[in-house]
Design a binder for this molecule. Structure first.
Ligand code: BDR
Ligand code: CA
Length: 359
């Protein structure tokens, strides 16, 4: 099995990352940490616990991590995920299993990961990089021990792919989703991000899933139909038996996707379906062959850390921008896939839902 630790800020798309990490039969989910980001740490922790319970994985421990970035103040994405970080979704009013607060979360991550055979374990990050930055600052032997670090974050732009990127009405072309240049996870903690992407060992073990890739993976009508009724039902809604009552879990993941679709349509005018960023970072760890890295391209990633960190996103310049430089063949750098096999990716979501429903 692939030992895997998930650091997240649920988050509608983080919920799908939890689904893959918790129910892919090849994964041994060692634990989950939460971070400030889409909402406050308290909310993202509540949401992670609630989701694991809905997924039938009460036994997976959740450790609350950092409540704010290393040097800046926290910003949240209520426009996209609602005040709770997971608006529009019915979870248990109070998770039955509480989060673990009597153990230091960095120590918990370290012990679980260092206890795995060398070069087998993956650390997956679907939130901002504060916890991850602090972890590798504190435990300097961990980077060499891991197999890989998979991060959802950043925006490359400049024709990196032909994906339709996020556009805000009347604002013209942009490739970030938080500012014109910056993606939310990197923007939230640019200093932690800079530490990770310039780390001498980690940078060659890192896979980055930027917006350029995640905007190719939209929760279209067809995707949502399959989510609700399963893959046995014909894809054409007119011939499918839509009378069939979906399982509570399918109904929950449909609620999640529908809310996300609503905010992406409203804020970014993306009406085809919302980009499902976060589960791609799990997928890249466990199914790297789903991804097209253009014959093994590797990149150096520089993070812009100068600028004002502003809650209202005004006057921030290029703060949080991910500047990407392609490296000569053979030089170790970050893997940034340009494409993904959509059929295989959605197929893995579907099989995890089936599996989750059967346990
Ligand atoms: C990232 O930001 C968050 O809002 C999402 O959960 C995802 O991790 C996309 O930019
Ligand atoms: Ca996230």
């Amino acid at each position: 099995k692939i030992p895997l630790w998930l650091d997240c800020d649920p988050g509608h798309d983080d919920a799908y990352a939890l689904l893959l990490a918790a129910h892919d039969p090849r994964v041994d989910l060692l634990g989950v940490t939460t971070v400030h980001g889409n909402a406050s740490l308290e909310q993202t922790t509540f949401n992670a616990r609630g989701m694991l319970e809905a997924l039938g994985k009460r036994n997976i421990h959740v450790y609350p991590g950092a409540a704010k970035p290393i040097v800046r103040e926290a910003v949240h994405a209520a426009d996209i995920h609602g005040e709770s970080g997971l608006d529009g979704v019915t979870l248990l009013p109070q998770p039955i299993e509480p989060a673990v607060t009597d153990v230091d979360y960095l120590e918990a991550m370290y012990k679980a990961l260092i206890g795995t055979p060398p070069e087998t374990a993956w650390l997956v990050s679907t939130g901002t990089l504060t916890n991850i930055g602090l972890l590798f600052q504190k435990y300097t032997d961990l980077a060499g021990h891991l197999k890989g670090l998979s991060i959802m974050g950043g925006a490359v732009g400049g024709g990196f792919t032909n994906a339709p990127m996020g556009k805000v009405k009347d604002e013209g072309e942009r490739f970030g989703n938080w500012t014109a240049y910056a993606e939310f996870n990197i923007y939230c903690d640019p200093e932690a991000s800079h530490f990770i992407f310039s780390h001498p060992v980690l940078r060659a073990k890192t896979t980055l899933i930027p917006l350029d890739l995640s905007h190719q993976v939209l929760g279209t009508k067809t995707v949502r139909h399959t989510l609700l009724y399963g893959s046995e039902q014909p894809l054409d809604a007119s011939t499918a038996n839509t009378e069939q009552t979906p399982s509570p879990l399918r109904a929950l993941f449909t609620q999640i996707m529908s809310f996300f679709a609503g905010t992406y349509a409203e804020v970014f005018s993306i009406t085809e379906g919302p980009p499902l960023h976060d589960p791609l970072a799990v997928s890249a760890a466990i199914d790297p062959e789903f991804f097209d890295d253009n014959g093994g391209e590797r990149f150096r990633v520089d993070i812009v850390t100068e600028g004002v960190h502003s809650v209202n996103q005004l006057q921030v310049g290029e703060l949080g921008r991910t500047k990407v430089t392609k490296l000569p063949p053979g030089e170790g750098g970050c893997r940034i896939p340009r494409g993904v096999d959509l059929e295989k990716f959605w197929g893995s979501i579907e099989s995890c839902l089936k599996r989750a429903d059967s346990v």
